[in-house]
Design a protein around this ligand. Sequence first.
Ligand code: SF4
Length: 261
Amino acid sequence: MIEKEICWNITAGCNQACKYCHRFLNIKDLTTKEQIIILENLKNSGVTSITWTGGEALLVKDIEKLLEKSYEYGIKNNIITNGKLLTHDKIDKIYKYVDSITLSIDSVNNDINDSLGRGKEHYAEIKDILDYITYKDYNVKIRINSVICKNNADTFSEMVEFLNNYRIHSWRIFKFMPLRELAKKNKDLFDIDMDKYESIIKYIKSNSNIKQIDTRIEKDMEKKYILILANADIVITENGKDKVVGNALNDSLKKYLGGVD
Ligand code: SF4
């Protein structure tokens, strides 16, 4: 039995333009005051860990303050970031409040990163963050998120080689998912079949030093996650359809927190 993951998509804004992105678009951010009300509601609902994501969570004006408050409430924070705003100074400020930082990277190849919409400098930016955290020896778990799609499917040996240089707590590897928005529109550009995905996972599991390798395919998104959108909508996905089941400014999340097999 595992607990469902509460993913707070605290902003729909992003500073990258991944063409496979399946975030909800065109949603306005709430104010800091409203975000604090949501946080208090999560705490009162019995939420013990939050995955802060977006869009790009670090774009949120008072993200440091929110992480600090959440930490004071005894909540375990995991922040997912593309790394663009995760400067050394930012790491120094937030590492105390987070249990883990998840860095999104799909390739060490600059052209592939560019073709995905992450930009040619993405690998260098992630490498710099990993080098800095390693050098500082901060007590924070590093997690990696990657998406396997047509563009990078044949280059995972380079990713394994790169990540083997660092102390990475876990690596979550998503199969490209045409769930909604851009990802749905660009399905033909990125889709790969299940056999290909499984063969890459098999390769990674036998060659990576990372002990925890997690896989994610579309059906996992239905079972394992509860989303809170930037406008506070609580969303679950059932049979491929997103369903708004409440509003995190007012509604308790208690009934959604049960475990799944
Ligand atoms: S996948 Fe993440 S980093 Fe890329 S555009 Fe979407 S939210 Fe931004």
